[in-house]
Design a protein around this ligand. Structure first.
Ligand code: IFM
Length: 446
């Protein structure tokens, strides 16, 4: 395959997963229950009643999965660490068998020549912490800092870079505002203290990781927001949505302040959650890299429902993934250029920590996934050509896995998983990605 993506030497190729979506083994070796174990057994909340109890059984099959990564020629593997494996109740006592699993995983990755890139929190909060208020309780931020320290002290001799949180927007809005994800709360904008406490957790952990000489990133799923029409009402609604989805999770970290949330009816102190000094704790550690998860843009119109300051509308004139998400590769380029416009020199190097799509295999083989990845990498390469410093690209996902409220119905993997037998079958996109990585490497070696 020719190397059509003009990306720099040293650009890092990876794939991503998350603990609850692939590990299974939820009751093994002393793991405590997480909010997802509790949530998934509630009737009606997950499509077809699926749970992550077995998932891809990666807890036992990780050597086979690392062999698949090695076959791709990955530079890096982004995975998440299950907090309830490390601290079953989210505080205090550490579970040696839980840490030992990640120890083995890290060693096996290094043995295969793959750099581990762990995320400390990908939504599986220990249930015991949720019982005390979860992310609505400020103390959870301090517990997270303790968990981050314990984990980094065990793995930091081999793991140079750490992602603190994955997509705090999705966790806050789906988990605490709308009740679509665990822990299933429906607080609407009063959920936003959960966002502040996650950012505080990030800041506290980032300081402790930096003290240990480790690099820190934060993965946000950002979206270019476009007004549905040029009308002032749509522009106002789009700005309100942009503040909620993008700026709320990025401004405090990069600029040390919150965006104006008045259009959402949210006071400056986010319902009393923000205390003096908090923004400094969030901002002053700095960020060594911004993790960017990109899936699609969001089109916004003025509200028709008086309860919300915006309406989300479809982007009808483009293809859609099996999940129904609009496919707009150039949104990635626009997003990257927009980040530079907004944050200027405060923007650290970016790594795309997720990008991919689910494909309905009953209609076609794997071509839509290859087309999706190819077009997004074109857009990424254009942004790099326009001067954006992007260090790597991790596709979502290595394997088909438990897609939260959708259960096992959305298949995002380069590798097909037969959930009845646990057999892994690399798809056409696996071979395509492998060849692309090899072509880039061989061009850079010349
Ligand atoms: O599966 C999720 C992942 O956990 C977080 N980012 C988006 C993916 C696809 O929905």
């Amino acid at each position: 395959m020719p190397d059509r993506y003009d990306l720099p030497a040293g650009f890092r190729w990876g794939a991503a997963t998350a603990a609850y979506q692939i590990e299974g083994a939820v009751e093994e070796d002393g793991r405590g229950p997480s909010v997802w174990d509790t949530f998934t057994v509630r009737p009606g909340v997950i499509r077809d009643g699926h749970t992550g109890a077995v998932a891809c059984d990666h807890y036992h099959r990780y050597p086979e999965d690392i062999a698949l990564m090695k076959g791709l020629g990955l530079d890096g593997y982004r995975f998440s660490i299950a907090w309830p494996r490390v601290q079953p109740t989210g505080a205090g006592a550490v579970n040696p068998a839980g840490l030992a699993f990640y120890d083995r995983l890290v060693d096996a990755l290094l043995e295969a020549g793959i750099t581990p890139l762990p995320t400390l929190f990908h939504w599986d909060l220990p249930q015991a912490l949720e019982d005390r208020g979860g992310w609505l309780d400020r103390d959870t931020a301090y517990r997270f800092a303790e968990y981050a320290t314990v984990t980094a002290d065990r793995l930091g001799d081999r793991v140079p870079t750490w992602i603190t949180l994955n997509e705090p927007f999705v966790h806050t809005v789906f988990g605490y505002a709308m009740g679509i994800h665990a822990p299933g709360r429906t607080l609407m904008f009063e959920a936003l203290p959960a966002a502040h406490h996650q950012l505080l957790a990030h800041g506290l952990a980032a300081s402790l990781l930096h003290e240990r000489g480790l690099e820190v990133m934060l993965s946000n799923n950002l979206t270019p927001v476009e007004p549905a029409t040029p009308s002032p009402a749509d522009a106002t609604a789009a700005a309100a949505y942009d503040a909620l989805h993008n700026r709320l999770f990025t401004d405090p970290v990069l600029l040390g302040r919150y965006p104006d949330l008045a259009a959402l009816g949210v006071p400056d102190d986010i319902f009393g959650a923000v205390r003096p000094g908090d923004l400094d704790l969030i901002h002053s550690p700095g960020l060594d890299g911004l993790g960017l998860n990109y899936y699609n843009p969001t089109r916004i119109a003025a509200p028709t429902d008086p309860g919300l300051p915006f309406d989300l509308v479809d982007i009808p004139d483009v293809p859609h993934t099996a999940f129904g998400w609009p496919v707009v590769p150039d949104g990635l380029r626009r997003l990257l250029l927009g980040l530079r416009d907004t944050y200027g020199t405060a923007l650290p190097p970016v790594t795309v920590t997720e990008n991919g799509c689910s494909v309905d295999e009953t209609t076609t083989p794997d071509q839509p996934r290859i087309d999706f990845l190819a077009a997004h990498l074109d857009a990424l390469a254009q942004a790099v050509a326009e001067g954006i410093d992007v260090h790597g690209y991790y596709t979502w996902s290595l394997l088909d896995n438990f897609e939260w409220a959708e259960g096992y119905h959305q298949r995002f993997g380069l590798v097909h998983v037969d959930f009845a037998t646990q057999k892994r079958n690399p798809r056409a996109s696996y071979a395509w990605y492998r060849d692309l990585i090899a072509a880039h490497r061989s061009r850079c070696a010349k």
